[in-house]
Design a protein around this ligand. Structure first.
Ligand code: GSH
Length: 503
């Protein structure tokens, strides 16, 4: 809705202060303010947020929540099935060096024997609303965009954005129509900050007592520089409330600040307290998912070092690898037996299968040859997105750019990508505040549901024994982007954090 310039300024001044006061914030970009301009340093700026909550169909919201524990079960089962996962990864060896390298680290650890049977997954399954264009009476359905197995972000901030929208709606200048909608609607507040922390706490407690008496901690492995610090801090503060100590370790300092003690216990010594040593119960990776995190050979040594340790990993290497787009594509292949392999009941299989959009390989299979035709013809390519295996956003190639991109890549490398039909959700109106500016107009939303899953996988008498210790749905994230923008990642610089108004 239109606001006068003065009304908008007033609303924004409230929004900015509320965001900073409640930690809906990111570090400013490096170019934002130089040390010379401000020697004290500016530590925080508002994270990208919408001014209003967005409408989301209740049935879709509920279904996405309801199937999260089944999705957790599915990915935990994939991560335990090394043989199946190798079948996927081997297709990528030779075309995707990063995936191949992660597998190499796994092989190296396996050779000497994994010493920790527990794994924690803090997942996020992302969806958009799909409306069948050929059926005027079609009900909205959720279709999965992707499944994140590592560094699933913004769970710390999501719940705060619902509170922000609620507070703003009390301001006189807030448009009446939006006030009325909010007053009538149900606005669920995401519990992700506390639920993701509960996942980390469960791992921490399941680790057990250290053998020699020393303090324990959960270690956040982070990028450096990292802008999304406050999102991570919200999880840390939730853990600290439960008397669980946390530290942030820049990934590139791993070999300097940690060592493996007897029985592969991981010991962390903070640079600010060089005479102390903490035993790490849980490693939480908020780095290590991008090839950019490994510029030096030592960075791969650091990953190997962490993986060899007895700390519980969130996620383990195999869980990280289960997040490959190729896994999503293989699961989504029509009539394939994979879902049945991992999920016990037909009901679970059918509900998960109903969330898949069409995804194709770009290899020599029959489906692959068909997909190559679709991807190289500009007329058909415009309905698709081309995705590499990576998690982390900003890596995809969209629509008309696909044929040109493929032309520039030798065909032998094409199997490194999957081709996915674009989900075209209905647009609505909202306003996004990012980088100090308001962008108004048509927007589209992506709903992410977090999951927390802790499982044990032990080699016992020639077989393996597995047990799921915790499996919960862990809150939601709504991200919104301009309807002209293809990319929606907040960290990658496109989307904004939103909250849900159930329609
Ligand atoms: N390093 C940052 C962090 O730890 O928050 C970014 C991590 C990241 O890009 N995470 C991806 C994500 O959830 C999954 S691998 N992105 C959501 C978004 O940027 O909108």
């Amino acid at each position: 809705p239109e606001l006068t310039k003065e009304e908008e300024e007033y609303l924004l001044s409230n929004l900015k202060d509320w965001c900073i006061a409640h930690g809906i914030a990111v570090r400013p970009p490096p170019s934002f303010v130089s040390k010379e301009q401000d020697p004290s340093g500016v530590l925080a700026t508002t994270a990208p947020v919408t001014l209003f909550p967005s409408l989301f169909p209740r049935s879709c919201f509920e279904e996405a929540h309801a199937i999260q524990t089944t999705y957790n079960e599915l990915y935990a089962a994939i991560a335990r099935d090394e043989e199946w996962l190798y079948g996927i990864v081997k297709e990528l060896v030779g075309v995707d060096d990063f995936t191949a390298k992660l597998w190499e680290v796994h092989e190296a650890v396996k050779k000497e024997g994994y010493v920790q049977a527990l794994t924690l997954g803090l997942f996020r399954s992302d969806y958009m609303v799909h409306l069948d264009p050929s059926d005027p009476n079609a009900s909205p359905e959720i279709k999965q965009v992707e499944f994140n197995t590592i560094a699933s972000s913004f769970g710390g901030l999501s719940g705060e954005v619902s509170q922000l929208h609620n507070v703003l709606s009390k301001i006189r200048a807030y448009p009446q129509s939006a006030k009325r909608t909010i007053a009538k609607a149900n606005m669920p507040v995401s519990e992700s900050a506390s639920e993701l922390a509960a996942g980390l706490a469960a791992a921490h407690h399941a680790y057990g007592e250290p053998e020699i008496s020393r303090e324990t901690c959960v270690l956040f492995i982070v990028q450096d520089p990292e802008r999304n610090v406050f999102d991570q801090r919200h999880l840390e503060w939730n853990l600290q409330k439960q008397d669980i100590r946390t530290f942030r370790l820049p990934f590139h300092r791993t070999l300097l600040d940690t060592r493996l003690d007897f029985k592969h216990k991981l010991v962390y010594t903070p640079p600010h307290a060089p005479s102390t040593a903490y035993e790490v119960t849980t490693i939480y990776f908020r780095a290590g998912y991008s090839p950019d995190d490994y510029p030096r050979g030592e960075d791969w040594d650091a990953r190997l070092h962490l993986e060899r340790s007895n700390a519980i990993k969130c996620p383990s290497l195999l869980t990280h690898l289960a997040g490959c787009k190729k896994v999503q594509q293989v699961l989504a292949t029509p009539n394939s037996p994979h879902l049945e392999r991992f999920l016990g009941t037909k009901e679970k299989v059918d509900r998960v299968r109903a969330t898949f959009a069409p995804i194709y390989p770009l290899d020599a299979s029959e489906a692959g040859l068909e997909a190559k035709k679709l991807a190289t013809n500009p007329e058909t390519a415009q309905r698709y997105v081309l995705k590499p295996q990576r998690e982390g956003g900003g890596n995809n190639i969209y629509r008309m750019a696909i044929p040109k991109f493929l032309k520039s890549e030798p065909e032998k490398n094409w199997p490194a990508y999957i081709l996915m039909e674009m989900i075209e959700p209905p647009a609505q109106k909202n306003a996004i505040f990012r980088n100090g500016e308001v962008q108004r107009g048509g927007v589209i939303c992506e709903l992410g549901i977090y999951g927390a899953c802790l499982w044990r996988n032990e080699l016992k008498g020639g077989g393996t024994k597995s047990e799921v210790l915790k499996n919960t749905q862990a809150g939601y994230l709504l991200r919104t982007k301009g309807d002209q923008s293809e990319e929606g990642g907040v960290a990658a610089g496109f989307g904004a954090i939103d909250s849900v108004c159930l329609a």
